[in-house]
Design a protein. Structure first.
Length: 162
């Protein structure tokens, strides 16, 4: 089975933002709590300290969002291989990746693990290195076929059941 895919910066950004969703939910909740306490104390004659803390937390949150965006932009645009159109060929023996400037084959038993989420197959070659294969480039039958190959080759995996 052969799949051709290309990751855009938008895809890359959305993937990482979804992966960090807890961080982007918890901080606004913390900010909301501080702001609520601040307004409560301001009505009761206090609140100077909490106002400063609320502002600092808010500024930290804005910094975190902008730092994440610019870090991801730097990672994406500094690695030409991420941006290339990549042809993945999955067989029962190997996974072949062929980009515009590289070609790599690796066996299923060298795969560290595979995670599947709603939009991606994440093929980890180590605990820190992964290949992102967009599911939008697969047909439903190809997704089922790839899941079967992964199971048949006894790769450590977390696959969806849909």
């Amino acid at each position: 089975m052969t799949i051709e895919t290309q990751i855009t910066f938008k895809d890359f950004l959305i993937f990482h933002l979804k992966s960090s969703l807890i961080r982007f939910i918890v901080y606004p909740i913390i900010i909301s709590v501080f702001i609520s306490i601040n307004f409560y104390n301001a009505e009761n004659g206090g609140g100077g300290f909490l106002r400063i803390v609320s502002i600092c937390v808010f500024v930290f949150f804005i910094f975190m969002i902008s730092q994440t965006y610019f870090s991801l932009k730097n990672v994406f645009y500094s690695n030409n291989q991420i941006q290339e159109s990549i042809m993945y060929t999955f067989t029962n023996e190997v996974i072949q990746m062929k980009g515009e400037t590289f070609e790599e084959d690796f066996s299923w038993n060298s795969v560290y693990k595979i995670k599947e989420n709603q939009d991606w197959f994440l093929i980890y070659q180590s605990a820190q290195t992964m290949n992102m294969v967009s599911k939008k480039d697969f047909t439903k039958d190809q997704i089922l076929e790839l899941r079967n190959m992964i199971k048949k080759n006894h790769v450590k995996s977390r696959l969806r059941n849909d």
